[in-house]
Design a protein around this ligand. Structure first.
Ligand SMILES: Nc1nc2c(ncn2[C@@H]2O[C@H](COP(=O)(O)OP(=O)(O)O)[C@@H](O)[C@H]2O)c(=O)[nH]1
Ligand SMILES: [Mg+2]
Ligand SMILES: [Zn+2]
Length: 295
């Protein structure tokens, strides 16, 4: 029995990238999985047996433990979310960046920020734009899909992991994926040869395989920016720089808004917490307010 990862699912076939030899096997599910209405997702790690080594066909025999599952697109075992923003065009919207970060923290994904279009502002200015985020411990890479800058740094961050890109439209997500594409097209070609379909068929989510064992979802994630599943009380825990102050407020049910002797507000006044991050916090708090009966 071999092990591998589903990198594409299409028309009842599952394309499994073998951990042993890096080949892509065209597999079907063992009958009992079909009867049991069992769900297998792109990204899932599976056990499979090879039927024909030359034809690279096989049968999926079992599902290995699934660490995470992302919805829309449905992908299992995502290791990190790469939040792509542009340094300009469109102008960097910090409130939106904080919303993406909130979602990523709430879902407990690892995150990398990719500040693209650095060619429009230069590296120094790009770093300035992200200084607050670097300070609170977020990893940031600076890229230009246009001028081919920072792409090897980005690729290094994608090594040996399954990543999904997310971010507003127009920031360069597709351009970045295309830049990573010599490898991507090889993988896609290999699959499409096997299923012998034209390019105009309905798109299904699939994983792009990089030559450094990185995998990238070919469709952006986090398309819903809805935050109303988060309660007012837990909100602050998803602002990583605020966590250390929470227990130091005078009132232990402090929402860090108009309560007196709030340690978080003090930290904002003293410049330990960035004002714009705190403003985002208040903004999300009031957004959640109407939908949360707890308080
Ligand atoms: N100047 C500059 N333009 C870029 C860069 N990356 C993408 N673009 C342009 O930005 C626009 C949107 O890019 P696209 O990849 O479609 O963004 P997406 O909506 O996030 O997928 C296109 O016109 C790209 O040519 C970059 O690094 N620098
Ligand atoms: Mg796009
Ligand atoms: Zn407080």
């Amino acid at each position: 029995m071999e092990k591998g990862r589903i990198i594409k699912a299409y028309a009842g076939y599952y394309y499994v990238l073998s951990f042993e030899n890096n080949k892509i096997y065209e597999t079907k599910l063992r009958g009992r999985f079909r009867q049991e209405d069992f769900d297998f997702y792109v990204g899932d790690k599976v056990k499979f047996s090879v039927i024909d080594e030359k034809e690279e066909t096989g049968v999926i025999e079992g599902l290995l433990p699934r660490a995470t599952k992302l919805d829309r697109p449905a992908v299992a075992n995502v290791d990190q979310v790469v939040l792509v923003f542009a340094s300009q065009q469109p102008e960097l919207n910090y409130r939106l960046l904080d919303r993406f970060l909130l979602l990523v923290e709430a879902y407990e994904f690892e995150v990398l920020i990719c500040l693209n279009k650095m060619d429009l502002v230069g590296l120094e200015k790009a770093k300035e734009l992200m200084a607050n985020y670097v300070d609170i411990g977020y990893r940031v890479v600076y890229t230009s899909a246009e001028n081919n800058q920072g792409l090897s740094e980005l690729k290094k961050e994608l090594q040996n992991r399954l990543s999904v890109l997310a971010g507003p439209s127009g920031v360069g997500k597709s351009s970045l994926l295309n830049q990573l594409s010599p490898e991507a097209e090889m993988a896609v070609d290999e699959v499409s040869q096997k299923i012998k379909r034209g390019k105009h068929t309905t798109r299904h989510v699939e994983l792009i395989t990089l030559d450094n064992s990185g995998l990238v979802v070919d469709t952006p994630g986090f398309t819903s920016l809805n935050i109303d599943f988060i309660t007012k009380r837990e909100l602050v825990y998803f602002f990583r720089e605020m966590k250390e102050y929470i227990s130091k407020c005078k009132f232990n049910d402090c929402l860090h808004f108009h309560e007196p002797k709030c340690r978080i507000k003090q930290a904002v006044q003293e410049g330990e917490i960035a004002q714009s991050r705190y403003d985002s916090y208040l903004n999300f708090l009031s957004e959640i307010e109407g939908e949360d009966d707890q308080w």
